[in-house]
Write a protein that binds this ligand. Structure first.
Ligand code: PA5
Length: 448
């Protein structure tokens, strides 16, 4: 049984059930194409089997490495970008206490991230932090050649070798990369770093259930077996049927495509728990990079409520009607806190005295959904009973499968990303990278 629920009742004022069910036949053929690996990009369907096929040997190897890192880290740095970064961070942030002081108290290393930007100030300040802390480093790059993580790793490696000496630094670095190609693989072999492999048939944004996500999540102190178990529940459940009324990934894929066909070209993922901020970031990458091609695709955006009700809320309620939203709703918080009663009642909040804070949050969520539907914004809802490793595992697999099916419904290849090369070519040309001389000349002419 799965814990996740998907509900699209608040879409029905905008599209009929028959329009949604109009996708049934296509969905069946896409599920079949995924199972039989006959659709576009089918060389990259390894993620579909990860929950059931990740074996005990690999899990143990990850747990052993994580324990070793945890014992010698006040801080553990994860170097990576895009799919080699967001999945781990999404899960770690969702499961961690909100405040650094509480994270420290829990006895887990502080997880820091690098290689996901090229900010000199960010990197310089990170090095300042690392001057004062015992730290370890996991560098993740499937290709092994991505500029941002390579640059950060060069700086961090130098820092680490100065701080600990070359021998000890080797002990404090783990590389996760291709099994044989790329600069990172070569460096890891030459230096003798412990390594984990990103499977050939799993693309970056679908890689959170490989060592790419599992190792940092385990280093941060979380239960990767429960995460995989949750994903396995979802994998098994989605295999039982592809009926829109029973299979939540089929329903989500059908509804969002039906809305897209009606001109709803932006989907906003809405959370009411700040711990889910990075989960939204992971989802944005998964859907944006998978579907945004051939001049098509729903633009994935995110808001964190109720914070953003005081900023983006105005646009969502009354702006251009090209939006729909998917609320990621959590039924139970981890803690129990009620609104205190106050004799003076100057803030006039006694009418909610004695209520759980979560109840107030839930009413904000419901009230907002109703207002948005009235304002012309279709509302979808994904509900988790609570945030834990198991439910996050379910959620990850649900979104991955729905993304693949939704991309196929759109007629694109959900597993490639040809567009991300464009900025790289220009950046390399501008920086004078050998081999880019022609581009350098062309781009300089453009700039003159
Ligand atoms: O999803 C993807 O494929 C990308 O976001 C990559 O993960 C990202 O570009 C990083 O690539 P790499 O792991 O090769 O450094």
């Amino acid at each position: 049984m799965i814990h996740l629920k998907f509900n699209y009742e608040k879409v029905l004022p905008f599209i009929g059930r028959q329009e949604i069910h109009g996708y049934q036949e296509a969905i069946e053929s896409h599920f079949l194409a995924i199972r039989e690996r006959t659709g576009k990009g089918s060389d990259f369907l390894g993620w579909t089997e990860l929950p059931s096929s990740t074996d005990e040997t690999l899990i143990k190897k990850i747990e052993t490495a994580a324990t070793r890192f945890r014992e010698m880290s006040e801080v553990s740095v994860v170097v990576g970008i895009g799919g080699s970064y967001l999945g781990a961070r999404a899960v770690i942030e969702a499961l961690s206490p909100h405040f650094p002081l509480l994270r420290k108290k829990a006895g887990n290393p502080v997880m820091l991230y690098a290689g996901n930007n090229i900010s000199e100030d960010y990197l310089a300040e990170l090095l300042q932090v690392l001057d004062e802390k015992e730290y370890t480093l996991t560098v993740i790059s499937k290709s092994g050649t991505t500029t941002e993580p390579a640059l950060a790793f060069r700086l961090l490696r130098e820092h680490m070798e100065k701080k600990y000496g070359k021998e000890e630094a080797r002990n404090r670095i783990i590389a996760i990369t291709d099994k044989e190609k790329g600069a990172l693989k070569q460096l890891a072999t030459e230096e003798g770093y412990e390594t984990f492999v990103v499977p050939d048939d799993v693309g970056g944004r679908y890689s959170v259930l490989t060592p790419v996500g599992l190792l940092p999540i385990a280093v941060a102190g979380f239960d990767i077996r429960a995460l995989l178990q949750g994903a396995r529940y979802m994998q098994e459940f989605l295999q039982t049927t592809s009926q829109i009324d029973e299979n939540p990934a089929a329903a989500y894929a059908a509804v969002r495509n039906a809305l897209y066909a009606k001109g709803k070209t932006i989907e906003i993922m809405v959370n009411y728990e700040p711990a889910l901020f990075y989960f939204t970031e992971w989802w944005k990458q998964l859907y944006g990079e998978s579907e945004g091609k051939e001049n098509k695709g729903i633009f994935p955006a995110g808001v964190s409520n109720t914070t953003d009700l005081h900023s983006m809320g105005q646009y969502i309620q009354e702006g251009n009607r090209i939006l729909f939203e998917t609320v990621l709703s959590v039924e139970r918080p981890k803690h129990n806190l009620v609104v205190p009663a106050e004799e003076a009642n100057l803030d006039k909040l006694n009418y909610i005295a004695g209520k759980r804070i979560h109840e107030v949050n839930r009413m904000a969520e419901l009230g907002t959904a109703l207002a948005h539907v009235d304002g012309g914004v279709p509302n979808l809802k994904v509900t988790l009973p609570e945030i834990n490793e198991t439910t996050l595992g379910e959620l990850i697999y649900f979104y991955e499968m729905a993304c693949a099916v939704s991309g196929y419904l759109l007629g694109i290849n959900p597993f490639d990303q040809p567009g991300v090369e464009a900025y790289k070519r220009n950046m390399f040309a501008l920086l004078g990278k050998p081999g880019f001389e022609e581009e350098t000349e062309r781009i300089r002419e453009k700039l003159n």
